[in-house]
Write a protein that binds this ligand. Structure first.
Ligand SMILES: [Zn+2]
Length: 274
């Protein structure tokens, strides 16, 4: 029951993330009701019920019949699923205990103790990840405001893990270390292989994860990027030189390293036998 509520919260947030994904790269205001991209007609609340409206309207605008992108419900669904996974993960790793039947759900959600703050930070990181993933995928842009939000949520997460000033400095050093390979690639290829947005993203990644997990995240990002790139080239969907956004792969690497660090180390160990 609690997880269903979390899922519904996730798809509602996902609906808002869709707005950010489309409007931040275009530098539009994020307030104001959504309009149809095509006929510009304002959509009413019943056209905007997450996931449900998309299928109820047959994936097209009620007024002009233009198809809506399938990415909208995908973002909502993915956000819902990730919210649930975060709660389950935190519960399994003993960092958060789900409210039992006797506890009131509202109480657990609203009391601002450390556990709740940690969950807010993690759900924030996941939400920001969704925006970066899809904004970069759709428009090849990672808005600065979202980069800043990732850094802020990462900081909040580290605070809930009891970060000391010394450890904070440590994380900053990690941030620079993890950023360096991406910065070099950016400089050597003159921004062709990756943009400066990827450099900034790598900085936050190192700050959040530390040096080892941060480099592991880069590694996963490169492997995932190369794999998808090769598949696309084989399928002739992308020409060899055409640009594939790298941000989504960094995000995949970051989330894997954040939630599955221990398992990943084991896999890499057995793979490279060290
Ligand atoms: Zn329309």
């Amino acid at each position: 029951m609690f997880l269903i509520l979390i899922f519904l919260l996730g798809i509602a947030i996902g609906s808002f993330l869709n707005v950010l994904i489309d409007r931040l790269p275009a530098e539009e205001k994020i307030t104001g009701r959504s309009r149809c991209d095509h006929c510009k007609k304002k959509l009413s609340w019943y056209d905007l019920v997450p996931i449900f409206s998309y299928f109820y309207l047959g994936a097209k605008c009620r007024y002009c019949g233009k198809k809506f992108s399938f990415i909208y419900p995908v973002v909502e669904f993915v956000t819902g699923v990730m919210f649930v996974l975060v709660i389950v993960w935190a519960n399994q790793t003993g960092q958060y205990s789900m409210p039992g039947k006797t506890e009131r759900i509202g109480e657990a959600l609203l009391t601002l103790h450390n556990q709740t703050l940690m969950l807010v930070a993690l759900l924030g990181i996941v939400s920001v990840s969704v925006v970066i993933f899809f904004a970069d995928f759709k428009y090849q842009i990672i808005p600065d405001s979202v980069q800043l939000a990732l850094f802020a949520f990462s900081f909040l997460y580290l605070v809930t893990q009891g970060i000391t000033p010394a450890k904070f400095l440590n994380q900053i050093v990690s941030a620079f270390l993890v950023m360096t390979p991406i910065l070099l690639l950016f400089l050597i290829t003159k921004g062709k292989a990756m943009g400066f947005g990827d450099v900034k993203l790598a900085f936050s990644l190192g700050f959040l994860l530390g040096t080892l997990a941060g480099l592991m995240a880069l590694y996963i990002g490169f492997v995932a990027g190369a794999t998808i790139g090769l598949i696309l080239i084989t399928l002739k969907m992308k020409k060899l030189r055409s640009k594939i956004a790298f941000g989504p792969f960094l995000i995949i690497g970051m989330l894997s390293a954040l939630f599955y660090k221990i398992q990943l180390v084991q896999i890499l160990r057995s793979f490279y036998s060290f």
